[in-house]
Design a protein around this ligand. Sequence first.
Ligand SMILES: Nc1ncnc2c1ncn2[C@@H]1O[C@H](COP(=O)(O)OP(=O)(O)O)[C@@H](O)[C@H]1O
Ligand SMILES: [Mg+2]
Length: 223
Amino acid sequence: MSNVIEISELEKIYGIGRNALHVLNGIDLEIKHGEIVSVVGSSGAGKSTLLHCIGCLDTFQKGSLKINGKELSGFNVEELSGFRNRTMGFIFQSNNLLTEFTALENVMIPLLIRRVSRKKAKLAALDVIDRFGLGERINHKPSEMSGGECQRIAVARAIVGKPTLILADEPTGSLDSKNSEHLIDILFELGRENGTTIVIVSHDPLIAEKTGRTIHIKDGKIC
Ligand SMILES: Nc1ncnc2c1ncn2[C@@H]1O[C@H](COP(=O)(O)OP(=O)(O)O)[C@@H](O)[C@H]1O
Ligand SMILES: [Mg+2]
């Protein structure tokens, strides 16, 4: 299997001069197509920063990063956002749903951005929402759903476009253990069906146990 992610000698520094904070100190990492990988490490170790670099939500100073064999450093902003929309799905601890839109509309958005027809986008969104057991919530706005339901909708939105790669940063951080396990089980199940690569940062050992590989980060290095 080829690699989705290839990182070599990646270094990320926040600030300059005396205030420089070396957050990633030479990360080498390869992740293959279809792998489900957990990233663990204490608070401040650099997990979110690494995920943001992989997702091109943040820049870095040294080293190289390839996604699907492509070095992204030469892309302009438009090329990058198009590439991100086609290739990646993001899940954060807070659901970041658009509050004015219904659950169904929120899940349709990544497809509509990709210029998929409304009809096709709706069918695909309904299908994924159904897998998360929220078929009866499609016309609800985020304020009319529980935290667990909103997060399931956020995960549905990340996966509806069958991205090559899903990046999840503590996606269950604000959920109780029952909601957390349910969400992760469906995410991994859909990921395996679609052959999606998933990189998930989590403090929860039960989640790490369900992944194929666990990467430990300490002081900006993989150990
Ligand atoms: N935008 C920023 N500016 C300056 N320092 C930052 C910024 N974001 C994160 N950091 C610092 O980088 C280090 C790693 O942060 P982070 O990647 O969020 O860690 P983790 O996700 O493992 O808890 C921390 O010391 C944090 O304070
Ligand atoms: Mg973090």
